[in-house]
Design a protein around this ligand. Structure first.
Ligand code: NDP
Length: 252
């Protein structure tokens, strides 16, 4: 059976666990070679080994999206290993301890959250674009992972600001990259059951009751949307924000 991403090289940032891992697994299951690029190099190696054990193609690299040299090295590694870079998923993020309390959040925490979540996506996109535009048959794509927090008010500050910025970056970069046949889109998840929620199971249970579809999301729900936007099925879609949020946004 042929997969939608046979022969593709894919980089997913922050993919040692959670949504990033599910997304990397989805691409690998559909034929791509995936680079697990994560701040935690040991966990990244573990995830890549697990994907290989399942028959997929995966490599790991320790990567901090806040460091340009680290990002450049990850992109170079993907091209070296897979021979092509076709898809970049900007999934890594930072959410400082006080992002929910405007009075307590320091300027340093604010700056770090924006540097990782928003500027990190710009940094990775800038490093990847020269390769994405050389992808065969104009199949290059970037998918940014935003959040419903960037689309509505959910009580966060630096995190929401960074995610709202990603919506704008998605639009402006989509126009810039279109001339090279590269598409740029964003998936905005609602609450997703990932290790980021560890120890807050009661909060997740309460959230499930609020979602019109009666549950919180699973990482695979987001991976499916990312794979669609990166695939040729979405070849005339660029610059959009796709909420994947169980009906929670006020517009629904
Ligand atoms: P997790 O916290 O479970 O996983 C994030 C991964 O990113 C971790 O492995 C983390 O490594 C890594 N990471 C952190 N900082 C960096 C960095 N500077 N460079 C590279 N990797 C880094 O997150 P989720 O899977 O829950 O979230 C993934 C994405 O989905 C994020 O963009 C998030 O904002 C978004 N999202 C998630 C929602 C949810 O409810 N889970 C809701 C809406 C959006 P380490 O463990 O070392 O920190």
């Amino acid at each position: 059976m042929t997969g939608r991403f046979d022969g593709y090289g894919v980089v997913v940032t922050g993919s040692a666990r959670g949504i990033g891992e599910a997304t990397a697994r989805r691409f690998a299951a559909e034929g791509a070679g995936v680079l697990i690029a994560d701040l935690d190099g040991v966990a990244a190696s573990r995830t890549a080994a697990a994907i290989r054990a399942d028959g997929g193609r995966a490599e790991a690299v320790r990567c901090d999206v806040a460091e340009r040299a680290s990002v450049d090295a990850a992109v170079t590694r993907a091209v070296d290993v897979f021979g092509t870079l076709d898809v970049l998923v900007n999934n890594a993020y930072s959410c400082g301890d006080h992002h929910e309390d405007f009075a307590l959040e320091t300027e340093e925490e604010w700056a770090h959250d924006l540097d990782v979540t928003l500027t990190g996506a710009m940094r990775c996109s800038r490093a990847a674009l020269p390769h994405l535009k050389n992808a065969p048959r104009r199949r290059g794509a970037i998918v940014n992972i935003g959040s419903v927090n960037g689309l509505s008010y959910f009580g966060n500050h630096s995190y929401s600001a960074a995610k709202a910025g990603l919506v704008s970056l998605t639009r402006t970069l989509a126009v810039h990259a279109a001339r090279d046949g590269v598409r740029v889109n964003l998936v905005a998840p609602g609450t997703i059951r990932t290790p980021a929620w560890k120890g807050r199971e009661a909060t997740l249970a309460r959230a499930a009751a609020v979602y019109p579809l009666g549950r919180v999301g699973e990482p695979a729900d987001i991976a499916a949307a990312v794979a669609f936007l990166a695939s040729r099925d979405a070849s005339w879609i660029t610059g959009i924000t796709l909420p994947v949020e169980g009906g929670i946004l006020p517009s629904n």
